[in-house]
Structure formats: C-alpha cells, structure tokens
Design a protein around this ligand. Structure first.
Ligand code: RNT
Ligand code: ZN
Length: 417
C-alpha cells in the first residue's frame, strides 16, 4: 500500500473515535519548536577556550563535532531539513557569538552585531530566534554568578544579562518574531548550605536590576529556569523552583520548566495546567532525565506524550517550547533530529487523541469510558499518519532521514576528523 492509501485507511479509523486527522495535521504543523543551537558542538560555543562547566556535562567521544559556526550552521540546516512543521526557531546561547577575525569581547560587552550572522542564518532558513545569557563555562562563573557574594562578579553577570536583553530585542526586531530570553544560572552548593537565604536574596536583587532595564515587552519575553540539583550542586541550588515560580508570578515574567530539572518521580506534565491558571504564558525546555543527568535526547515515550497532551489541551499558543538535550556518544545530527522529530511526533499524537470526548467522560465520572477509549486509541495506526505528515511536509520518513544522515556523516562530517 502507498503512504496515501495507508493514510486514508488510518483517517477512517481515527474518524470512528471522533478525531479529524486532517485538522490535527494542520494544527501540529503550526506549533513552533525552538531548536537549541548547542547539541552539535557539545555545548562548547565560540567565545571561550575552557571546558564546559556549571554542573552540566556532555559525555561520549563520538567523532565529528561541529568546530565552528559554519559547521554548526550546516548541521542545523540538515536537522531542519528532516523536521516537519512550519514555524520553528533556533535557540541561541550568548557563548555562540560570532566575532570578526582577531576580535573578542567579554560577555558583559557583547552587542547585537555579534549575532548578525545568526540573524542572516535565521532569515535564510525562515526561523525565529530565542536567546540565553551564558552564565557557565567562564572563569567568572567558577563559583557563583547572579548570586555571587563577590560584588564585582555579580555586577559582571548583571551586565551580561542586560547586554543579552539588548541582543534579544535585536533578534526579535530582525526576525519579526518575539524572542524568549531565558535566564538559567548554575549557582549552588555540593554540601549542606550554612546560609540558604543570602544567595537567594542576592539573586533576587540581581534579577530586579536586570528586569528594571527598559525593553520592548512585545518583542522580548524573559523566562527564568529552575533546577533541583546539578553535578557538584547536589545539596542546594540558589534558583530553585519555588524561587523562580514566585519571582516570575510577581514580576510578570515567564516561568521556564525544564523537564529534566525535577525529582525523577515528579510528573512534570502535571504542572502545566496549574501554572497557566496564573499566567498567560510559560516556557519549556524539553529534556529527558536519566538518574543524575538531566539532558538525554528526548524519546517518544510516555513522559513526552503526556507533556505534549498537556500542551495541546492547554493550547500551544500559551507555550514557548524549547529543546534542551545533548549527547556526544552518537552522531550529533541524529541526536538533534531524533529529539525534535520526537517532539513533533508527540504533538501530533496528542492532537490525534479524542481529548474533548475524554474530558466529557471524566465530567460524567465515567472512568470506565475514559480508560477504555484511551486504550483503544493507543493502537490506532499512528505510524501511517506520521509517514503521511512527513511526506506532506516534504521531509524524509523514518529510516529514510537516517540513511541520509549517514550519508551526510560520510560525505561531510567525517572530513572534520
Ligand atoms: C542546565 C539548564 C540549561 C542548559 C542550557 C545549555 O541544566 O537546563 O538550560 O542546559 O542553557
Ligand atoms: Zn534547560
């Protein structure tokens, strides 16, 4: 059977449970996903020579890491060519500033012009841009950043965030799409803190100084990202969930939930509907925690499907969906691609569920009905719809993209050795 024939058959099967597949495909294609720029080069960036720091780690020795901006661009273009959906974005880190030959400035002196190449790249590929100040992998981030007890260091990072706000505004103006500027700091302690309040009070003061800068709120959305622990920060993080959730609510910022930053038994998907009753928008870093690591490539698993269900039920317009994973043990373009395609798959899967009908059954307290309908839908021919979606969006299907990616590895990436 052709893809088209399989699709027509699948459509009838979904229609029998009240799902309009064509409409689901349309809605899915409109949801923007922000592809993180940092998977292809192991979060190294272009502005420092030192190792990755801040309690995050890339592990693995797979060859052919992207070593410069041209290689990062080429790899991202490959990933985008495998990604269905119409309105995606690229999520930048300040450490990916592109300097002219012989030029270099420290992070507190970064300017919009250092991201002009990214703007050009975004326009060429019809993607929006998001931004993150980089408060790790830097000599002044060795101890603490926005919560530092050293006033000079704290000032440096406040200046970096203010510079980042200007850059974010520039990115939004140039691309014509709002830019999410996300603040994450690695500040924390390995062992029991003697003073929990002091660093948090300093972080609060730093943030107050940053957000009191004038910026165009229709163009730049600021989000704050919490974390429960990091490597070497097992006992205490300054930017905890309670800290940022309150800070965001009080100051009308966005709270960013990274799905890898909670206790492993917490159901992160459950948080979304609560957050959105108190704020119109929120942000996500979609990631996969495995034991001590918060950043494995996202898989098409129950957690991701549940998250996507909540995005769809609450309305995708209320979310900034960003990806945040990094793996150096497999082909990096394939890591990037598997993750973003899995996000797309999960969103499509969620759009194909009879969500209204299920909610109706719940309101009637017909839990037999809820369970039975949900389980019935699980075995509908989702793969046939996915293949058709890939064709419709003019991207390669499962297997085919991977074969092409292998070819890219042989013909392009392997020359980097
Ligand atoms: C770290 C945070 C943060 C980073 C990126 C590189 O735990 O998730 O978002 O992964 O900024
Ligand atoms: Zn994150």
């Amino acid at each position: 059977m052709t893809v088209e024939e399989r699709y027509q058959d699948a459509k009838m099967r979904y229609a029998a449970v009240g799902v309009d597949v064509d409409a689901a495909l349309k809605r899915t294609a409109e949801i923007p996903i922000s592809l993180h720029c940092w998977q292809g080069d192991d979060v190294v960036g272009f502005d420092q020579k030192g190792a990755l720091s801040g309690g995050i780690q890339t592990t693995g020795n797979y060859p052919y890491r992207a070593r410069n901006v041209e290689e990062v661009f080429a790899d991202i273009e490959k990933v985008l060519s495998y990604t269905p959906g119409k309105h995606h974005k690229i999520n930048l880190h300040a450490s990916y500033a592109v300097f002219d030959e012989g030029e270099w400035v420290d992070r507190n002196k970064l300017e919009p012009k250092h991201f002009a190449k990214w703007v050009e790249f975004a326009k060429k590929n019809h993607v929006g841009l998001d931004f993150n100040p980089t408060m790790f992998s830097h000599p002044l981030a060795a101890d603490a950043t926005l919560s530092s007890e050293n006033e000079e260091i704290r000032k440096f990072w406040i200046e970096h965030c203010i510079a980042s706000l200007k850059i974010s505004e520039y990115l939004a103006t140039e691309t014509g799409e709002p830019c999410l500027m996300n603040i994450w700091i690695p500040d924390g302690l390995k062992d029991l803190p003697a003073d929990r309040r002091g660093p948090r009070a300093r972080l609060k003061d730093s943030l107050d100084q940053i957000i009191s800068q004038p910026y165009d709120k229709s163009k730049v959305y600021i989000s704050v990202e919490s974390k429960v622990f990091g490597i070497g920060m097992e006992s205490y993080t300054v930017g905890s969930h309670e800290f940022y959730m309150n800070y965001a609510a009080k100051n009308n910022l966005l709270c960013l939930i990274d799905t890898g930053h909670f206790h492993p038994t917490e159901v992160v998907a459950d948080k979304l509907s609560s957050m959105l009753l108190f704020n119109d928008k929120m942000a996500l870093h979609v990631s996969r925690p495995v034991r001590w690591d918060s950043d494995h490539v996202i898989l098409f698993n129950d957690e991701l499907r549940e998250l996507a269900e909540e995005i769809v039920k609450n309305g995708p317009d209320h979310f900034f969906i960003g990806l945040d994973y990094f793996d150096a043990s497999i082909n990096r373009v394939s890591a990037w691609t598997n993750g973003i395609r899995n996000m797309e798959k999960a969103l499509l899967y969620a759009e194909l569920e009879p969500n209204d009908k299920l909610a109706e059954l719940q309101d009637k307290r017909d839990f037999t009905g809820v369970m039975s309908l949900r389980e019935e839908v699980r075995t509908l021919p989702f793969g046939d719809v996915w293949d058709y979606y890939c064709e419709q969006q003019k991207v390669l299907k499962e297997h085919d993209w991977f074969a092409d990616c292998k070819k890219y590895e042989t013909e392009v990436m392997s020359k980097r050795a």
